[in-house]
Design a protein around this ligand. Structure first.
Ligand code: ARG
Ligand code: ZN
Length: 879
């Protein structure tokens, strides 16, 4: 049942804290049974706050042992304890509050606060986990200088880490030892971290641009340290890049990363002590794929970049989450683009955005990058806050130009250094450097939903005039029916017959700067004078704004751009949309049969791309990835029958594969890679091209091809190829996949990261046995619902990668996931809440599936003792 005290928190209610805590000292004593935490908080009432104003400290699951102000032990009457905290009734103006609390990390399965992972102690405080460690003002605008002294048994926890710099350590009696850490940078409690345990490490150092030497360490569970080499390499490159591109220089003597095997999210940017889900750290060619390497590089960079965008300048309140996350994702995207192939990275990022954020935006959970209300902040670590937040920052760069944009970021980091800032303050910095009014632009942060753009074009040969009419509408989203027009930076080109961009003499109707139209009204008519011949217009090059283009281009235009557009993004995009445009009438269940002949021309454009000397293997590989299930489903929009979509997709893939068979086979066999595996962009592009060729060939459902896939598996020299072969078999020939999966488990799945791949592959198989298969996988000794990586591997792959089985007509897939969510909610509400996201598409299905999903959702909603996290998610989804 929805609990009565479920509280909605509103942005407009923000009030600065009455008290601040400039200094915090902690003594932490780890023993196997419990951890005792003694805290001295140096508290000060803010100027202007009345005498006698009570102080409400957050605290949950804490056992209070003692409490004192200075030397005076407090008695009943001076404070009140509750489930959610401790209230000092009449605190003095300035004082030291000493508390002693006990916590039980062994029993903490929520993986928030202090908990144990493989026997080691570690913490996760963002967003509100610190209140499970000690009483505190657990909000991001209360920043404190922390000193932490940790004590533990030398054998149980030879490694003792916290934020900042190590200042002291030594031996104690009874085989115990201590370490003291001091972090000179005031920080909010969500950036606090501790790790105590048995860990191996690798070390390097880095000299900053001003000549300061920094010790770098990456810690992992015993025996796994060597698997951290690539992460270390990525860290060093990140540090260098951040100095060069953003002028950000590291500011402590040490930078530590710890990889743990139980972690709810990907990683956490605690000051000087990043804690990672180990799947985003550990890698070697035998266990990690090219994609894993790329993700490790990304996430290592992301957390490191937070040191400025997040830590040096933090968020005033949690509504501002995208201030640090959107900006930091933008930075990690830029890092990967500079380190790898920019065009390919961009296409990949946009694919990701469409696959998750667009879906969120079109469903019941739509919200702006800066929401104005929430119940549980942990439910707002969403793709809209992260990925759309990054798109908004990217648009700022496009709008202002790279140079002015960087001046704005510089100003932001300087003006707000050491502060907790807001989106308004961020935007103000760009207004100040550009002298441009960005108030309308700011709607990107506050208005949910995605503009739908349509356009028409006309060319008059006589007057050499080209007219482009653009229109935007923003569809209503839950709770927001009135929308106003957004500022759209539209990068564009007028593509001529031979592919060159045409110029013009003059233009009117909108602000046009070089290759950029700035559209800020609902309707805009842009007139270009002096255009020498009829162009094919190429809009939103580089995907310069996160919109959906509704106008269906003619096949001719799509193919012209697919062949000749000067912008690789639109070249890729046009081929995809040519296919979707051809197929979309047939995607409705009662639509006309698919006319496969129309695909001839698409196949020949694709063939031309594959033959081209100018295109990189990774770009070719992306082109070979024909629109996937989600792309089709988004086109259909509603009344979806996944079986129908899947069968259409198969027909399309097969038709194209038939037309390209010879070329694909020779691509696969002719590409030769160096003997030594390197996870770099060049090599991974080549592997990807081979694997994509094979994958498309598999759509032919041909015995000879399946034998090639088996050989590919057997001869694979690295996990990338091995996993690709298995994935192809799981997708196209489940019966042939079975023995390979068994072989894989037997021979390769020893490390948990590989075991997880095995789980995912199993759950991705589209046949009626998959639900039974999942039940037996759950019985495996190494499976546990308490470890998020196992859950994400098995059920994430099922809900995201197996739409036909998840959305079975008989509801068995929905029921399975509902059961799992309800089970997990009892001990880990964050993970339960995250998984509920799988249901956000439920209203898009045809009625039978919709009803089945509703029944499952209602069952969750009505469960006893549902957590506030899950309750918020399920209620919003059902609304
Ligand atoms: N700040 C972390 C990151 O971006 C993620 C923290 C996730 N926390 C949560 N409660 N979901 O890298
Ligand atoms: Zn982040």
């Amino acid at each position: 049942m929805r609990s009565e005290e479920q509280k909605i928190i509103y942005l407009q209610d923000y009030k600065p804290s009455d008290y601040l805590i400039p200094k915090t000292e902690m003594w932490v004593d780890f023993t196997p049974e419990r951890t005792r935490i003694t805290t001295d908080l140096h508290i000060e009432r803010q100027v202007g706050v009345e005498d006698g104003t009570p102080l409400e400290l957050d605290g949950e699951h804490l056992e209070l042992v003692s409490i004192a102000i200075g030397d005076e032990v407090l008695g009943a009457g001076q404070y009140e304890l509750s489930e959610s905290g401790l209230k000092l009734l009449d605190p003095p103006q300035s004082f030291v509050l000493s508390t002693v609390v006990d916590v039980e990390p062994e029993k903490n399965k929520s993986l928030e606060g202090l908990y144990r992972s493989s026997g080691n102690w570690c913490t996760q405080c963002e967003a509100e986990g610190f209140r499970r460690i000690t009483y505190f003002l657990d909000r991001p605008d209360v920043m404190s200088v922390f000193t932490v002294k940790m004590v533990a048994d030398k054998d149980l926890a030879p490694v003792l880490l916290s934020n900042g710099n190590p200042v002291d350590s030594g031996e104690m009696s009874n085989n115990r030892h201590f370490a003291e850490w001091h972090d000179p940078h005031p920080k909010p409690s969500y950036l606090f971290a501790m790790v105590a345990g048995k860990l191996d490490k690798i070390s390097e150092n880095f000299t900053t641009k001003s000549g300061k030497k920094v010790d770098l360490n990456i810690y992992a569970e015993p025996g796994k340290a060597e698997l951290c080499r690539y992460a270390m390499d990525a860290l060093i490159r990140s540090m260098k890049w951040d100095e060069e591109r953003f002028g950000c220089e590291y500011d402590l003597d040490v930078f530590n990363i710890v990889a743990v095997s139980d972690f709810n999210a990907g990683a956490m940017e605690n000051k000087g002590l990043n804690i990672f889900n180990d799947k985003y750290v550990l890698a070697d060619p035998a266990t990690a794929t090219d994609q894993d390497y790329a993700l490790i590089e990304r996430i290592i960079a992301h957390e490191y970049f937070h040191n400025y965008t997040g830590n040096r300048v933090t968020c005033r309140d949690w509504f501002q989450l995208c201030l640090k996350e959107g900006l930091t994702v933008f930075r990690d995207q830029e890092f990967s683009s500079d380190e790898r192939f920019r065009d390919v990275e961009r296409i990949d990022d946009v694919k990701g955005l469409r696959q998750s954020q667009f879906v969120e935006d079109s469903g019941p959970l739509a919200h702006p990058p800066r929401p104005n209300q929430y119940e549980q902040i942990d439910n707002f670590y969403t793709t809209t806050v992260y990925e759309k937040g990054a798109e908004v920052v990217r648009m700022l760069m496009t709008l202002l130009g790279k140079e002015t944009f960087h001046e704005g970021v510089d100003l932001y980091l300087e003006r707000h250094d050491g502060e907790a800032a807001t989106i308004e303050q961020f935007i103000k910095c760009f207004e100040d450097v550009s002298k441009r009014d960005l108030s309308q632009f700011q709607k990107w942060y506050t208005q949910a939903g995605r503009p739908q753009v349509s356009y028409t074009t006309a060319y008059d040969a006589e007057s050499k005039q080209f007219t482009l009419e653009l229109k935007q509408t923003v569809p209503a989203t839950p709770g927001e029916s009135e929308k106003s027009p957004m500022v759209l930076p539209i990068k564009f080109g007028l593509v001529s017959n031979n592919g060159d961009d045409l110029g013009w003499d003059s233009v009117e109707g909108a602000e046009v700067r070089d290759d950029l139209i700035i559209m800020d009204k609902e309707d805009v008519t842009v007139q270009f004078h002096g255009v020498s011949s009829a162009p094919v217009v190429s809009l939103f090059r580089e995907f310069s704004a996160p919109v959906t283009i509704q106008t269906k281009a003619s096949l001719e235009e799509d193919l012209h751009r697919a062949r000749l557009d000067g912008d690789p993004f639109n070249r890729w995009e046009s081929l995809q949309s040519a296919i979707l445009n051809i197929v979309s009438p047939s995607m409705a269940v009662d639509g006309p049969a698919l006319d496969l002949d129309l695909l001839d021309q698409v196949a020949s454009a694709l063939s031309q791309t594959l033959d081209s000397q100018d295109m990189s293997p990774s770009f070719k590989a992306l082109s070979l990835r024909l629109p996937n299930y989600q792309d089709y489903a988004q086109r259909v929009g509603e009344n979806i029958n996944p079986d129908h979509i899947k069968s259409i997709k198969r027909d399309v893939d097969r038709a194209i594969a038939e037309r390209l068979r010879g070329q694909l086979v020779s691509l696969y066999s002719a590409l030769h890679l160096p003997d030594e595996y390197e996870p770099n962009a060049e090599q991974s592009g080549m592997r990807s091209l081979r694997n994509q060729s094979l994958s498309l060939l598999a759509a032919l459902n041909d015995k000879q091809i399946f034998e090639m896939v088996e050989t590919h598996y057997n001869e694979a020299q690295n996990m990338t190829d091995r996993q690709a072969a298995l994935a192809i078999m799981c997708a196209y020939a489940p019966d042939r996949a079975e023995p390979l999966l068994a072989h894989f488990k037997e021979n390769f799945a020893e490390p948990m990261t590989v075991f997880d791949k095995w789980l995912s592959l199993n759950a991705s198989i589209d046949d009626d046995r998959t639900i039974d298969r999942i039940h037996s996988l759950m019985a495996d000794d190494r499976f546990s619902l308490e470890t998020p990586n196992r859950v994400y591997a098995l059920f994430g792959s099922f809900t995201q990668g197996n739409p036909t089985q998840f959305a079975r007509e008989d509801g068995a897939g929905f029921d399975l996931i509902a059961d799992i969510i309800m089970h997990i909610d009892k001990f880990n509400p964050q993970v339960a809440g995250r998984f509920a996201v799988a249901f956000r598409i439920w209203k898009n299905f045809e009625s039978k599936r919709q009803n089945a999903a509703r029944t499952a959702l209602e069952r969750i909603r009505d469960m006893e003792n549902i957590s506030p996290n899950l309750s918020e998610m399920v209620n919003k989804t059902l609304e």
